[in-house]
Design a protein around this ligand. Structure first.
Ligand code: ATP
Length: 463
């Protein structure tokens, strides 16, 4: 096993044993490409979502939050192009019946599949004698639509066909008029949304990287077309600032300018932010200039005007859009990869998550040095209550001995451990009224007065 494969295994195992991420439906054999977030994963995820809302909605005066439905009607997704063209090239191992992404197999064989039609891929597979990973012949390539289809109500006529949205963005576009009519925004303005999206990926893989049920954080930023270049640069910088803020290893982040031949036909500029995952440099985020493509498509199909009128210039036009699109699960994986660290302490190897306190599931763990001394436990409880009231995500940990607690809190990325010990309570002792604060990254400890604790952590943990 390579170092990177081992790293992935360690991260996946930590996620399971420490309650971050579980395979969905594991009890019944598991669902491929679908995961449940456990107690700690949910906290981590929530912290990221809250930071996104804080940075891109609360701290701005030009962005609105939206929470649109996951189920979308066929009309809207036909207009957006998803019913017709949201497809991946599928090829099947003729002996085992297993399906593969034809473009991935071509890439693995050293052929660039970008821009190839299904026929061209089939021909290239034949010409180059490309076989399945099991060494068998592959079928011809066909287009497979990635949307999960469902039926609304009891009627089976086509008017009840609906889909689980493949991206959150379309929910924003189809609410453009509602937002204009209810909020009366001036241009430029943004609509941000966080939510689940569904893609029936042919080969889900790499843990939470390629999922069938995923979560996205997207912003559609509506602008005057004349300003698109400056706005694009602005949003690129915002995304970089975001990546730094959540603690991504910036050396692992790469901006990849997408060439004209690989861009969607309506996009004049697209950047992929790629990240060095243990399985390779892959897309983390996208930033696209989508022009007026989506609003025009929905306006045409719904026969509704989706425009903006500038009251000063008296100019009416269809706004253009800059779209920062951030996958939440891929963010979590990139954070875990950035944070996973191994070092040696007192001759023992330890593994820990060097999480930025802004995203860590718990910022502080409080424990009594021993469990059988009532006055110590009581004092620890008081300190726990005080810190919890101030900082919220504070853990109580009295399992095992203190060394084990440190190891466990290190592994889940808790930046600080507070221990109430004998010195805390021994009147006349120089450390009376102080607790031990242990730092995750250095394993160093210091004494801090209980009355100073709130101040101390406020300075260390400002989100
Ligand atoms: P890929 O080429 O890797 O399939 P994409 O270009 O189709 O990704 P977009 O349609 O641009 O992805 O989606 C926006 C964001 O949503 C991506 O940058 C990524 O973070 C996330 N995302 C897309 N597909 C998945 C998936 N199957 N699982 C997890 N996250 C995903």
């Amino acid at each position: 096993m390579t170092h990177n494969e081992q790293l992935m295994e360690k991260i996946i195992s930590l996620c399971k044993t420490r309650g971050f991420i579980f395979q969905a439906g594991e009890l019944y054999g598991g669902l491929s490409g679908i995961y449940d977030y456990g107690p700690l994963g949910s906290l981590l995820k929530n912290n990221i979502k809250n930071l996104f809302i804080k940075k891109f909605v609360e701290e701005r005066r030009d962005t609105y939050l939206l929470d649109s439905a996951i189920v979308m009607g066929e009309d809207a997704l036909t207009a957006s192009g998803h019913v017709g063209t949201f497809v991946d090239p599928l090829t099947t191992d003729t002996a085992t019946g297993k399906d593969y992404r034809a473009d991935h197999l071509l890439e693995e064989a050293g052929v660039d599949p970008e821009g190839m039609s299904s026929e061209e891929m089939s021909q290239t597979i034949k010409d180059n004698n490309i076989v399945s990973p099991e060494g068998n012949q592959l079928s011809s390539v066909r287009e497979f639509n990635l949307m999960l289809k469902t039926q609304l109500g009891s009627s089976s006529d086509s008017s009840s066909t609906a889909y689980l949205r493949p991206e959150t963005a379309q929910g924003i576009f189809i609410n453009y008029k509602n937002i204009m009519d209810s909020m009366h925004p001036k241009l430029p303005f943004g609509v941000a949304q966080i939510g689940k999206a569904y893609r029936n990926e042919i080969t889900p893989r790499n843990f939470i990287f390629r999922l069938r049920e995923l979560e996205q954080m997207e912003i559609e930023y509506f602008i005057h077309p004349d300003n698109w270049k400056a706005q694009f640069e602005y949003w690129k910088d915002e995304m970089l600032e975001w990546a730094e803020m959540i603690g991504l290893d910036m050396n692992k982040l790469h901006e990849v300018e997408i060439g004209e031949e690989d861009r969607a036909h309506y996009s004049e500029r697209t950047i992929d932010f790629e990240f060095d995952y243990p399985f390779g440099q892959k897309e983390l985020y996208g930033l696209a200039y989508r022009g007026d493509y989506d609003l025009k498509k929905h306006a045409g199909a719904s026969k509704t005007k989706l425009q903006f009128t500038d009251p000063i210039k008296n100019e009416t036009f269809v706004p253009h859009v800059i779209e920062p699109s951030l996958g939440l699960d891929r963010t979590i994986l990139a954070i875990l990869v950035s944070a996973y660290t191994e070092d040696e302490i007192d001759g023992n190897t330890r593994s820990y998550l060097k999480l930025n306190p802004a995203v860590a599931p718990y910022t502080i763990a409080v424990s009594p040095l021993v469990k059988n001394k009532e006055h110590i436990v009581k004092k620890a409880n008081d300190v726990f209550g005080m810190l919890k009231a101030e900082f919220g995500n504070v853990a109580w940990d009295d399992n095992g001995n203190v060394g084990k607690r440190y190891r466990r809190q290190d592994e889940i990325g808790t930046p600080f451990c507070v221990v109430i010990d004998y010195d805390t309570l021994e009147e006349g002792h120089t450390d009376f009224g102080t607790v031990s604060v242990r730092h995750r990254d250095t394993a160093e400890q210091e004494r801090v007065a209980i009355i100073e604790l709130n101040n101390y952590f406020t300075n260390k943990l400002t989100r």
